[in-house]
Design a protein around this ligand. Structure first.
Ligand SMILES: Nc1ncnc2c1ncn2[C@@H]1O[C@H](COP(=O)(O)OP(=O)(O)OP(=O)(O)O)[C@@H](O)[C@H]1O
Ligand SMILES: [Mg+2]
Length: 477
């Protein structure tokens, strides 16, 4: 169970927060003063700290810094009663995850759920992190190739055999891994994913096997690794081809004997986690260049699933298009009736070198930019420019259109400037565009500032300043 530490001098609000969070199946430790908090922070290893202080006194800032220290910083959410510019700036500057004016209970639950999911701090092995909103992940496709894959999943899900999922980027390897887990006897236990390429080698071992207190600089308390946490469940080793040889040796040992030690630890621990690995590299080539152990390769691919590229199953494009339109219609709350026949044919003819992920991104962008309620070829200008490149979701055409619009608007404002008070034309135009971009991102992320800032490639602080016109928190001196 995830533990949340609340520090708030206001007993009544503290009580409300406790009730709200306990309904999320979290274990709540509530404290009145910041004095006792540093000890609790170390002893309770919370997954999240909620601090209810308005004014950033040194004591509160110190606690925040303590929480953020070490290799596994704990996110700190500040819930201010009044909210002040100073508080927002100082708390954010000291590393707060977010600074909000006391939200109501429903909103608070949503924020906390988001933080726990995004921070990936799995201090528990009971719940399933990374669950897709609302519905279970679903594999779409009715091509003969995909039917073979479903049958294979059905045959092997109930066994504990290791599975190796291969395929180009974006073909759905992680989705398949989740589906195997959800159909296994382990379905009500954890599915934990580790991206072996995204984590620096030194941290990867701690991520996988955990570490003892003092194992390395910054390891101020001991921590369980994903193998320990997914005992009884499934561990997904993504980009397994990028794992170093020493780590490979340790994984091999878990596969053979189900045993391992925490980094810096002496005690031998066991985990019966089922291992599903994925890679878009050719492991055979990695073996030839001595970058991957051949014995591990055979242990991992007791069952081997190869996902075909989307080019090889063009018939699935239409189904995926409908699926993603429905999904983004729901998520973005933008009303889309459907897609024109012309656009459907156009999408079916695309090379989709980025596979399903590229198709998904394309639909997502088109839904957001669409003005008519029906997707048409014009909603996919970025595909025309990037055809064959596997490109992302934006394109020069969209920006060219924006530039043209901005030029036109600036001309009107410049011509109309005679003697009127108001913002100078330059700031007026730039602010308007900034505001529109920020609004679009927030809409896209259902108001979640963390995700929106990530999507825009700016810091949360910057995002908040760009929102300042609408935000009463920032309004004060
Ligand atoms: N057959 C499918 N049906 C529905 N959604 C799919 C399908 N295949 C992939 N997706 C979606 O496409 C996106 C990419 O899939 P996923 O992350 O599983 O790909 P991957 O093979 O792991 O890619 P990478 O190698 O880049 O990590 C996800 O949002 C996933 O839900
Ligand atoms: Mg993946």
């Amino acid at each position: 169970m995830k533990r949340i530490l609340i520090i708030d001098p206001d007993a009544s609000y503290r009580g409300k927060v406790r009730v709200a969070l306990e309904s999320l199946a979290c274990d709540v430790v509530a404290l009145e003063s910041v004095g006792e908090a540093s000890r609790a922070l170390i002893e309770e290893s919370p997954a999240l700290v909620i601090s209810g202080y308005d004014q950033p006194r040194e004591e509160e800032l110190d606690l925040l810094r303590l929480a953020r220290k070490g290799s596994h910083p704990v996110p700190v959410l500040v819930l201010a009663r009044e909210g002040s510019t100073r508080g927002a700036i100082d708390f954010m500057d000291a590393g707060a995850y977010d600074y909000l004016r006391r939200p109501d209970v429903t909103e608070l639950r949503a924020v906390v759920e988001d933080i726990l999911r995004l921070s990936g701090e799995d201090s528990s092995s009971v719940d399933l992190p990374d669950e897709r909103e609302g519905e279970a992940a679903k594999i779409i496709g009715s091509s003969a190739e995909m039917i073979e894959i479903y049958k294979l999943i059905g045959r092997i899900a109930k066994s504990d055999a290791a599975v190796l999922v291969q395929g180009e980027s974006g073909t759905g390897k992680e989705l398949v891994a989740r589906t195997i887990h959800e159909n296994s006897r382990r379905a009500n236990r954890s599915f934990l994913a580790v991206n072996c390429a995204a984590i620096p080698e030194t941290l990867l071992e701690s991520e996988l096997f955990g570490h003892e207190r003092g194992a390395f600089t910054g390891a101020s308390y001991s921590r369980k690794g994903k193998f320990e946490l997914s005992h009884g469940g499934t561990i997904f080793l993504d980009e397994v081809g990028d794992m170093s040889l020493p780590t490979q040796a340790k994984i091999l040992r878990v596969l053979q004997e189900q045993t391992f030690e925490r980094v810096g630890g002496e005690q031998t621990l066991t985990s019966d986690a089922r291992i599903i690995a994925a890679t878009n590299k050719s492991l055979v080539e990695c073996i030839e260049s001595n970058a991957f152990r051949v014995d591990l390769f055979y242990r991992l691919k007791v069952v081997s699933i190869f996902l075909p590229s989307l080019r090889k199953r063009p018939g699935d494009v239409a189904l995926l298009v409908d699926h993603f339109i429905r999904k983004y219609h729901r998520e973005s709350k933008i009303s889309i009736r459907g897609i024109s026949r012309r656009a459907r044919l156009y999408l079916e003819a695309q090379p989709w070198t980025g596979n399903v992920r590229e198709l998904e991104n394309a639909i997502q962008t088109a839904v957001v930019l669409n003005r008519t309620g029906t997707l048409d070829v014009e909603d996919f200008p970025f595909l025309r420019d990037h055809s064959g490149s596997g490109g992302g979701a934006t394109g020069p055409n969209v920006l060219e259109r924006l530039r043209e619009e901005a030029r036109r608007a600036a001309n009107v404002l410049l011509a109309d400037q005679s003697g009127r008070a108001g913002k100078p034309v330059y700031h007026n135009c730039v602010d308007t565009v900034e505001q529109a971009v920020v609004d679009a991102a927030l809409l896209h992320c259902a108001g979640n500032q963390v995700r929106a800032s990530r999507m825009l490639g700016i810091s949360r602080n910057t995002l908040r300043t760009k929102m300042s016109l609408d935000d009463p928190i920032q309004g004060e001196g």
